[in-house]
Design a protein around this ligand. Structure first.
Ligand SMILES: NC(=O)c1ccc[n+]([C@@H]2O[C@H](COP(=O)([O-])OP(=O)(O)OC[C@H]3O[C@@H](n4cnc5c(N)ncnc54)[C@H](OP(=O)(O)O)[C@@H]3O)[C@@H](O)[C@H]2O)c1
Length: 165
């Protein structure tokens, strides 16, 4: 399997991904998909996303990108930047793609390096969102799959997979 990183993200309309350092929605179907895509992999995230999750994700190696050389947390590896995070991911999970799981700052760094994007597109508006996924350029990304679903509460969403064009 390729060791090129893959990105896992859930977006509302307009690319909204967060509000007040938390997810602005509750969508158990997306959390199950996130678990299925990332379990057994190294997950690379920004320090703010680590704080937002609040614990190591079971069955995964948590790698946290921070500029703070003194940063440490039980159950996580520190990386000084995305490239170092990806190196650590490949060292701990050889032959597997590192999964980049956010947030906005780290997605912006990862987009140029990623081979694949796993996007859950949630059909809701988040007017007070304060974190956004970068625009996905259709000239650079090719949709490989898109599965529409309706959540138990009626929310419409789709699991989309894009590969670098
Ligand atoms: N919807 C989704 O799928 C999803 C997924 C993940 C997160 N989120 C949301 O996204 C939001 C958080 O995103 P965010 O952009 O605020 O934070 P973030 O990307 O999670 O973390 C930002 C931090 O990463 C470190 N960092 C960033 N660039 C760096 C670089 N070039 N070198 C070294 N360290 C670097 C810095 O840590 P230091 O300040 O420690 O130096 C920075 O403060 C939250 O609302 C969260 O809920 C949504």
């Amino acid at each position: 399997m390729s060791e090129a990183p893959q990105v896992v993200v859930a977006t509302a309309r307009g690319g909204a991904i967060g509000r007040g350092n938390a997810l602005p929605w509750r969508l158990p179907e997306d959390l199950r998909r996130f678990r299925a895509l990332t379990t057994g992999h190294a997950v690379v995230m920004g320090r703010r996303t680590w704080e937002s999750i609040g614990r190591p994700l079971p069955g995964r190696t948590s790698i946290v990108v921070t500029r703070d050389p003194g940063w440490a947390a039980d159950g996580a590896l520190r990386a000084a930047g995305l490239e170092e995070g990806l190196r650590l991911a490949r060292a701990t999970h050889p032959g597997q793609p590192p999964m980049v799981i956010g947030g906005a700052q780290v997605y912006a760094l990862a987009l140029d390096l990623a081979a694949m994007l796993h996007v859950t597109r949630i059909e809701i508006d988040v007017p007070d969102a304060d974190a956004f996924f970068p625009a996905i350029d259709p000239a650079r990304w090719r949709e490989e799959a898109c599965e529409p679903h309706v959540a138990a509460d009626g929310t419409r969403f789709a699991f989309q997979r894009l590969a670098r064009a």
